[in-house]
Design a protein around this ligand. Structure first.
Ligand SMILES: [Zn+2]
Ligand SMILES: [Zn+2]
Length: 74
């Protein structure tokens, strides 16, 4: 699985686990910035080790429930 931003092999910056999506939903989440991707190894939001791009919501604001809204919306 390559990083969608820098196209290097995607590794979690926190634990250095290579990330591979378990299924189609996880795979699609990688290209959808509104869907946060959680590293299965350490449980934190996946951040590319190479380019440091976080795979979480690009929206500013941290209102609780906002991400859940977007997950259900599309
Ligand atoms: Zn990257
Ligand atoms: Zn990790």
């Amino acid at each position: 699985m390559d990083c969608v931003y820098c196209e290097k092999p995607l590794e979690c910056d926190a634990c250095r686990e290579p990330y591979s999506p378990k299924g189609l939903a996880e795979y699609q989440a990688l290209s959808r910035p509104e869907v946060p991707v959680i590293c299965p190894g350490c449980g934190s939001v996946l951040v590319c080790h190479w380019c440091k791009m976080p795979y979480n919501s690009q929206e500013d604001g941290d209102e609780p429930g906002k991400n859940e809204f977007y997950i259900g919306f599309v």
